[in-house]
Each structure stands twice: as structure tokens, then as C-alpha cells.
Design a protein around this ligand. Structure first.
Ligand code: ADP
Ligand code: MG
Length: 424
């Protein structure tokens, strides 16, 4: 339990206090050339829970992220402990150990001030914004599938010593506050009557009520939630949507894992795919006379296929390269013969098959909760015309509901994407 009395006494920084803070920290001061006379401080205003400052002078550019004991969006009304930034920093450090190319460099962390200082990513932009603008990211699928394979495999029982893993599971299990938000916003509220829900009404009323009264669908979501609660398979980013990714055509960086916790691998993969699919459906509204976005839409589906196939390939490679952890360890199967190899290949095959089914399930859950629940995404919310927006949202809900209510097992990611491809 977090004790409010033990909360760090973090106070919001302003330009003046931030400069004074930098001056008091020799290694930060040095990064700015020990001269703060030309330092500029700007708050970047698009985060939900925290404050991020862009601090620059002619020598350096750093991002300062501060967590205050409330959520930024609530203007102070919603209390939250500052500890979330410690979990975020610990997760970034663990991911940086496994996949350094895809994580911003962390320069500094201060518990008292609830402050983390990292590399300022530039000219990287938030992926969601880039996709809305129709920017192609040809290397993204390769990058993110590497990130996912390395981080998920590397924090699983296939790789980690069991004692080490248990310690990590225990540490991140204390991230209770943000896990509660995940559970409530993703798995609970959208599937029941709740004052927090918000959808385009009355156009979607009937569709939403049908979802909330669909027993088969609700049982599937309950199953996915149960797995989220009980399966400490790997360290999850746990909020891996296109707003937590900053990129250029050549580089991809994952930010903002403050929801980090051990959970089912499929959760991270599914949340990402769900957000890409929402963008796919929303593209229809961005079509102009010069660019109908048809090619871009197809490229988004291709991207999802490439993420999955890249992930499978890289994860399988890691599995074959060596299982150093407590599960299916190489040591335990040292007397290798043909039958052993075949049996272990079957284990991997079945594991990845289940992962596909659950990733699809989490993707569909995410698509519904972003349309019906409290936290929407700008891909769709920026569509001003109610009728146009409702039409797209209805397709998103129908696609996702169809997946969750059916007992169908998907043979491939392409089979899962087929109805989206057909949607006009
Ligand atoms: P929150 O936890 O409040 O959602 P984020 O970590 O998502 O905060 O950061 C908020 C915004 O700040 C991001 O959407 C992005 O625009 C910007 N940002 C965050 N980290 C960096 C960074 N390292 N470099 C540049 N911009 C960043
Ligand atoms: Mg964020």
C-alpha cells in the first residue's frame, strides 16, 4: 500500500526553479555547458498525467518529466501518487538493457522531486500525429517487432533466472494505482453502464448497448482481464499505443511506460495493433481530392502484418538461441535428439498460436474502449462532423465486437485483418 504521508514533496517546476535545480546537479549542469544563461524552458502540453518540459540551450536539449501527486489533465482534482515515475524509469531502464536502440537515453532520476531527465527526441514526433498526417514509416514494423521480441522475451521465464524474475514481478506489482486505471478503463467501464463512458450519441447508442449486453463478448473480455490480472509472463509497457511512440522515418523510440507491470505478452502487442487499426479506419475521413489515402490505409494493414511476422521470427530466434531462464530451459533438455527438438518446436508453436489469439482479443478490446470509454484517441475524435465520425466509429465497434463474440481461432494475422480490408 502506498502511504500518502510518505509521498515525495514534489512541487511543480517553473523556469526559475528548474534552472536552479539544474545548477544544483553537477552532471546536468555540465550537460548544459555549465552555463544556464541561454537556457529556454517550455512545457510540452500534450501529456495526460504528467508534466514534460523541453529544456534547451546551445549545448544541449533534454526532456524533464515530472510526476506530481495528481493527474495533469484533472488540474489537481484527481490525486495520484508520484511513485508512478519511479516505475516508468525502472521500466525504461530494463527495456534499455534489452533493446537500447528503441529507448531514449535517461540522464537522471530524482525521487524527491519526482523528476526524470531524458534525451530530448528531435525531430521525432508522436506516431499518432504522423499517421494522421499520412506519414509513412517503412522501418517501424521492423523496429517495434524487435523491441517487442527482445523486451518480452528478455523479461520472461524463458530468459530470466526465476529468483530475479520474482523480485522484478514483486517490484512492479506495487504499481497498483496505474494498474487499477488500466483495469477500470480498458476492461470494466466500457462494457457496463458507467458515467465515465462517452460515445457519439445517439448514433452509436444501439451498437454500444448491444455490446454491453452481449454475453459471449463480455465473457471473452473477462477472460482477457483475468489473464491480465494473473499472468505475470513478462514486463509490459502496458500503454503501448501510437501516442507512446516517437519516431522518424529511420528511428523509433518508445516512451511513457508508467503503467508498467508484469502481465501477458499479448497485452502489449494487442494494444498496439488496436490503435493502428483505429487509425486505419479513421484514414477514410482524412481523404482529400489529391490523396484518397487508399494506399496509406493498405500500408497500415501491411504494417500490422509485418509487426506480427517480425515478432514471431525474432521471438523464435531468441527461443532457439537459448532458454536461460526457469522455463523450458536448455539445461533441462540437454539430451537433445530429434524427438526433443520436435516436441520443443511444438511448444513454441502452440505458445505463439495462443499469443496470436490473445493479441487479437486485446486489440479488439482496445478498439472498443477507445470508442466507448473515457479515454478516446485523436485519430477519431478530431473528425468534427458527427455523422462522418459516427460512421467510422460504428465500423470500428462492429469489427471489434465480431472478434470478441466469436469463438473463432485465427490461423494468421492476415485472416484477422481480412474484414478490415473488406470494409469500405
Ligand atoms: P504523460 O505520461 O503525461 O502521458 P508523456 O511521456 O506521454 O507524458 O509525454 C508527454 C509528451 O511530451 C509526449 O506526448 C511528447 O510530445 C513529449 N515528450 C515526452 N518525452 C519526450 C522526449 N524524450 N523527447 C521529446 N518529447 C517528449
Ligand atoms: Mg503519455
Amino acid at each position: 500500500m502506498t502511504d500518502a504521508a510518505n509521498q515525495p514533496l514534489a512541487k511543480a517546476f517553473n523556469e526559475e526553479t528548474l534552472k536552479r535545480y539544474i545548477a544544483s546537479q553537477p552532471h546536468l549542469h555540465q550537460i548544459f555547458g555549465n552555463d544556464l544563461s541561454d537556457v529556454r524552458v517550455d512545457e510540452i502540453g500534450d501529456g495526460n498525467l504528467n508534466f514534460v518540459f523541453f529544456v534547451t540551450n546551445k549545448q544541449a536539449a533534454l526532456a524533464f518529466k515530472q510526476a506530481l501527486p495528481y493527474s495533469r489533465m484533472s488540474g489537481g482534482a484527481r490525486a495520484l501518487t508520484c511513485e508512478r515515475l519511479a516505475f516508468e524509469t525502472a521500466a525504461l531502464r530494463e527495456f534499455a538493457r534489452l533493446a537500447p536502440d528503441y529507448i531514449p537515453h535517461i540522464h537522471h532520476f530524482d525521487t524527491e522531486q519526482s523528476l526524470m531527465v531524458m534525451e530530448f527526441l528531435s525531430p521525432h514526433i508522436i506516431m499518432r500525429k504522423g499517421m494522421i498526417d499520412g506519414v509513412e514509416y517503412p522501418k517501424f514494423a521492423d523496429h517495434i517487432s524487435t523491441y517487442l521480441a527482445k523486451c518480452l522475451y528478455g523479461t520472461s521465464d524463458f530468459a530470466l533466472d526465476p529468483s530475479k524474475k520474482r523480485e522484478m514481478v514483486a517490484y512492479f506489482a506495487r504499481n497498483v494505482e496505474l494498474c487499477e486505471i488500466t483495469e477500470r478503463l480498458i476492461f470494466n467501464e466500457p462494457f457496463m453502464a458507467s458515467d465515465s463512458n462517452r460515445w457519439t450519441s445517439p448514433a452509436l447508442d444501439e451498437t454500444v448497448h448491444a455490446i454491453q449486453n452481449n454475453l459471449a463478448l463480455k465473457l471473452r473480455v473477462a477472460d482477457l482481464k483475468y489473464k491480465f490480472l494473473t499472468r505475470s509472463e513478462a514486463l509490459l509497457h502496458a500503454d503501448l499505443h501510437s501516442g507512446s511512440i516517437m519516431l522518424t522515418e529511420d528511428e523509433t523510440k518508445v516512451i511513457d511506460p508508467e503503467f508498467a507491470v508484469f502481465g501477458p505478452m499479448a497485452f502489449d502487442i494487442g494494444i498496439l495493433i488496436g490503435n493502428l487499426l483505429i487509425n486505419y479506419y479513421a484514414q477514410e475521413a482524412y481523404a482529400t481530392a489529391e490523396n484518397d489515402r487508399a494506399a496509406y490505409r493498405l500500408s497500415v494493414l501491411k504494417m500490422i502484418e509485418d509487426i506480427w511476422s517480425g515478432f514471431i521470427e525474432k521471438f523464435s530466434h531468441l527461443w532457439h538461441e537459448g532458454r536461460t531462464g526457469g522455463a523450458y530451459s536448455d539445461q533441462g533438455f540437454a539430451q537433445t535428439n530429434g524427438a526433443t527438438v520436435t516436441a520443443l518446436d511444438t511448444v513454441l508453436h502452440d505458445y505463439l498460436d495462443n499469443l496470436l489469439q490473445d493479441s487479437i482479443g486485446y486489440a479488439a478490446t482496445e478498439m472498443i474502449r477507445r470508442t466507448v470509454g473515457r479515454a478516446h484517441v485523436i485519430d477519431v475524435d478530431m473528425i468534427k462532423d458527427d455523422e462522418n465520425r459516427a460512421g467510422i466509429e460504428k465500423k470500428i465497434l462492429q469489427f471489434a465486437a465480431q472478434i470478441l463474440q466469436s469463438p473463432k481461432k485465427y490461423k494468421s494475422i492476415a485472416e484477422f485483418l481480412e474484414p478490415a480490408k473488406q470494409a469500405k
